[in-house]
Design a protein around this ligand. Structure first.
Ligand SMILES: C[S@@+](CC[C@H](N)C(=O)[O-])C[C@H]1O[C@@H](n2cnc3c(N)ncnc32)[C@H](O)[C@@H]1O
Length: 207
């Protein structure tokens, strides 16, 4: 079940293996994560209502998976949403929800197929994390975000987090391309599945 799928997604050795792992998992992913108390979507939705004005559009959901995050945001009146993900299987689940204006297969960490300054807000839940999207994924998210756009994302902060991720936040802040607006307290993203892993939700504003 789920824990096997979760651990498999952290044990891959290539993008192809990651894509295949999520393609296989796609149908059961959401029920598995909910059974483990997945709470990043609720945290990001709460942060959105405080830091992203209603009517802000379009919004990029980077690593959208099956759409659990944008589903919450759509219920709060946000949109239209564009979702991107590595896994076609996950994109199929997202497509069936009918909440995205656009869905595309794209790889975070590579150049994204969007023009500069396309999105008024960007979010990423549970995806910019080891063995998934690399730390330098933020560079492209900043490029495709409009000046002033909020970028809202979850990031692990437990002791086994790879240093490249917090270092990327500092590097981009020092470069003046964004500034930190808000960060939550540390919380367990899946308390009944990975109690040793913790996250924070961050908000940055693009310069
Ligand atoms: C833990 S799931 C999170 C999905 C969704 N945001 C959520 O909160 O449920 C991670 C997602 O990232 C996708 N993914 C992994 N590596 C990726 C990459 N380099 N680029 C784009 N998507 C990636 C996977 O296919 C999967 O859908």
């Amino acid at each position: 079940m789920s824990e096997t799928n979760v651990s498999q997604s952290y044990q891959v050795n290539s993008l192809e293996e990651q894509q295949a792992a999520y393609d296989r998992w796609a149908r059961d992913y959401e029920s598995d994560l909910c059974a483990m108390g997945y709470r990043i979507p609720a945290m990001i939705a709460a942060v959105f209502t405080r830091f992203v004005a209603s009517g802000t559009a379009p919004i990029l959901d980077a690593g959208c998976g099956g759409g659990i995050q944008s589903e919450a945001l759509a219920m709060l009146g946000y949109g239209p949403m564009t979702g991107i993900d590595l896994s076609e299987g996950m994109l199929d689940i997202a497509r069936a929800k009918g909440i995205y204006a656009e869905l595309h297969q794209m790889t975070l960490g590579e150049q994204l197929d969007f023009s500069d300054d396309t999105f008024a807000a960007v979010l990423s839940s549970g995806t910019i994390t080891p063995k998934h999207a690399p730390a330098h994924s933020f560079d492209e998210l900043i490029r495709v975000a409009m000046p002033g756009a909020p970028i809202v994302f979850s990031l692990r902060d437990d002791p086994t987090q790879e240093p490249a991720y917090p270092q990327a936040l500092s590097r981009l802040t020092a470069a003046g391309v964004w500034r930190e607006t808000f960060v939550t307290e540390s919380f367990k993203g899946m308390p009944y599945g990975e109690p040793e892993i913790s996250h924070r939700v961050h908000v940055y504003e693009v310069s």
